[in-house]
Design a protein around this ligand. Structure first.
Ligand SMILES: CC(C)(COP(=O)(O)OP(=O)(O)OC[C@H]1O[C@@H](n2cnc3c(N)ncnc32)[C@H](O)[C@@H]1OP(=O)(O)O)[C@@H](O)C(=O)NCCC(=O)NCCS
Length: 168
C-alpha cells in the first residue's frame, strides 16, 4: 500500500463530506460540524485553497487510489506564528495499518519547509492511545498534560501537549 498526501480540490467535495460524516468523533474536536453539509464543505475547501502554504498545510490522505483521511498543520496566531498545530483523521476501516504514522511523517516535512516553523505541536486526549503513538513514533515529545483544557461534549477534558522542534 502506498500512502500519499494530496492538495485538496473542489472535486474532492463528495469524498470530504462522506468522510466527515463517517469519521469516528470520539477524540475529535467539537468544532468539526455534524452533520457535515455541502455548505460546510464549500466553506472549508475555499478556506484551504486561499490559505494553503501561508497559514497552514492541508492535505487529503490517500491509500493507493482511495481518499482515506485528512491531515493539516495550521499556523498559530499572532506571537505564536512560528508554531503550527497538527490535526488528522482517518476512516476507521483504515486504522492500524501505519497510515497515520506515515501521513504525520510526510506533513511535518512539508510544514517545516513551506511554513518555516520552529515547532509543531499536537494536542491529544490521553485516552487516544493510537494518536499518542503516531506522535511518539514521529519524534514528538510530551511537554505537559494540561488539566481540563478542552470542552468536549459539555465536559472539561485533560489534554496531552506534544511538541516536535525543527532542528534544520
Ligand atoms: C489516531 C489515528 C489517526 C491513528 O491512525 P492509524 O493509521 O490507525 O495509526 P497507525 O496505524 O500509524 O498506528 C499507530 C499506532 O497506534 C496503534 N493503534 C492504531 N489503532 C489503534 C486503536 N484503535 N487502539 C489502540 N491502538 C491503536 C497502532 O498499533 C500503532 O501502535 P504501535 O506502533 O505501537 O503498534 C486514527 O485512529 C484516527 O483517525 N482516529 C480518529 C481521529 C483522531 O483521533 N484524530 C487525532 C486527534 S488528536
Amino acid at each position: 500500500m502506498t500512502i500519499t498526501l494530496h492538495t485538496w480540490s473542489t472535486s474532492d467535495k463528495p469524498a470530504l463530506m462522506s468522510m466527515c460524516n463517517a469519521v469516528d468523533r470520539t477524540f475529535l474536536s467539537d468544532r468539526l460540524p455534524y452533520p457535515y453539509t455541502e455548505v460546510d464543505a464549500d466553506w472549508w475547501l475555499g478556506m484551504v485553497v486561499e490559505n494553503d502554504g501561508k497559514e497552514g498545510i492541508w492535505r487529503s490522505i490517500w491509500a493507493d487510489s482511495e481518499l482515506v483521511g485528512s491531515i493539516s498543520v495550521e499556523r498559530n496566531s499572532d506571537e505564536q506564528r512560528n508554531v503550527g498545530s497538527i490535526g488528522y483523521m482517518i476512516l476507521t476501516p483504515f486504522w492500524a495499518q501505519g497510515i497515520g504514522t506515515e501521513a504525520v511523517r510526510q506533513i511535518c516535512g512539508i510544514a517545516f519547509q513551506e511554513l518555516a516553523l520552529d515547532r509543531i505541536i499536537g494536542q491529544v486526549f490521553p485516552e487516544n492511545v493510537a494518536s499518542v503513538r503516531v506522535l511518539e513514533k514521529n519524534g514528538f515529545r510530551l511537554e505537559e498534560t494540561v488539566v481540563e483544557k478542552v470542552i468536549k461534549s459539555g465536559m472539561a477534558r485533560d489534554v496531552k501537549l506534544y511538541r516536535k522542534d525543527n532542528f534544520f
